[in-house]
Design a protein around this ligand. Structure first.
Ligand code: FNR
Length: 362
């Protein structure tokens, strides 16, 4: 590719060129047939924008708040694992880029830099993502360390009672790196006795498969931080989430890496937003590659969106600068979309600004 990348897809191509196949496959792949993976992106194409004309757009304001924290634009970094596979500086580079863009990074429990390293790398608002393990003491340790280090919310991912089947990783015989955040807590040594490279404690098999709604209370009892649930795809679960008192919801299908043939997440956003009735903020992720995608998600009721792969592609292609460029690119595209559709602020973006397939104008 000649010259600087001009969009997220070009960053993906740069990442593909920069990374060993096994790592690129890990980042870009999805579960089984990758049907939902493709749909996550394509579903945005079935939504068109209804621009309004002759609106004063001489000043455009993209700033907003999430859980009371001001950010420059409604684009956060989704939790994703193993950033050192993309770049030697790992999550520290991602965190610095998020800080430079005045936005929030959600750190994955499976980061390759520790909770503490990321916290001390820059001054910014950060959230921490975790699962609940059979060994509750380990979950409590991670959550409480994040709280002590100044992370501002816990994002509990609830779409992974077991790991989805990612066939590219199976074919590539991918081996997980040691769990940095778990050092000293459990044995994280990679065993090679039988050549299988299975970790002594593998966070994936250690997930508590019996986790259910009553356990959200347990998480709340061990932290004062707000708790967001990530992985809600139905109105039934959105209503339950509000009933059990979560502080926010992330509509997400885990970037299509868990259950294949779930709907593209943009197609269920409105269902969740309608069920929640404004009681808690609804965030969104899955398939955001353009500023127009961000606009569409906001029009369908999301307060902000998270980006997963785009940030990792930026990191793989150009380190911290690449992540910053990706966020800025999406921010600039969103700004232009707002200008061309007559929305000087995020509050102006309404349901009437988009039309989904088979829908008449409202
Ligand atoms: C993820 N995602 C994820 N989610 C989570 O809650 N904990 C995690 O550790 C990870 N790890 C992870 C690794 C990689 C390589 C990817 C691509 C994704 C899911 C992530 O938070 C988010 O839901 C999706 O990535 C959003 O979709 P897009 O933006 O990648 O299309």
């Amino acid at each position: 590719m000649e010259g600087e990348p001009v969009n997220v897809n070009e960053f993906q191509e740069l990442a593909r060129q920069a990374l060993p196949k096994i790592y690129y496959d890990y980042y870009s792949g999805g579960a089984e047939d990758e049907y939902t993976l493709k749909q996550n992106v394509e579903a945005f194409q079935g939504i068109t924008i209804r621009p309004r004309i002759l609106v004063d757009i001489s000043r455009i304001d993209l700033s907003t708040t999430v859980l009371g924290y001001k950010i420059s634009a409604p684009i956060l970094i989704a939790p994703s694992a193993k950033h050192k596979w993309a770049h030697p500086e790992g999550e520290v580079a991602t965190a610095r880029a998020a800080a430079a863009c005045d936005t929030i990074m959600i750190l994955s429990y499976r980061s390759t830099c520790t909770i503490e390293e990321v916290a001390s790398s820059c001054n910014a608002v950060r959230f921490f993502q975790c699962y609940v393990y059979k060994r509750r003491d380990i979950s409590a340790n991670l959550v409480q360390r994040a709280e002590r280090c100044g992370y501002k919310a816990i994002v509990l991912t609830v779409d992974s009672p077991r790991l989805g089947r990612r066939e590219k990783d199976i074919k590539n015989k991918m081996v997980n790196p040691q769990l940095k955040n778990f050092e000293g807590l459990v044995s994280t040594q990679v065993s090679t006795d039988d050549g299988s490279n299975i970790e002594a404690f593998d966070a994936n098999t250690a997930f508590d498969a019996s986790l259910s709604w009553k356990d959200i209370g347990w998480l709340r009892s061990i932290t004062n931080l707000p708790v967001l649930l990530k992985g809600v795809l139905t109105h039934e679960d959105a209503i339950k989430a509000v009933e059990v008192g979560v502080d926010g919801i992330v509509v997400s299908n885990h970037g299509a890496r868990q259950l294949d043939y779930v709907p593209p997440s943009i197609s269920v956003l409105e269902e969740v937003v309608d069920a929640v009735k404004g009681k808690v903020p609804v965030l969104f992720d899955g398939g955001i590659r353009r500023g127009t995608d961000v606009f569409k998600a906001l029009a369908l009721g999301a307060q902000a969106v998270l980006i997963g792969r785009p940030a990792v592609y930026g990191l793989a292609a150009k380190g911290e600068y690449g992540v910053k460029s990706v966020i800025e690119m999406l921010r600039d595209e969103l700004e232009l979309t707002m200008a061309l559709s007559g929305c000087p602020t995020l509050n102006h973006i309404s349901r009437k600004h988009v039309r989904t397939k088979h829908e008449r104008p409202r």
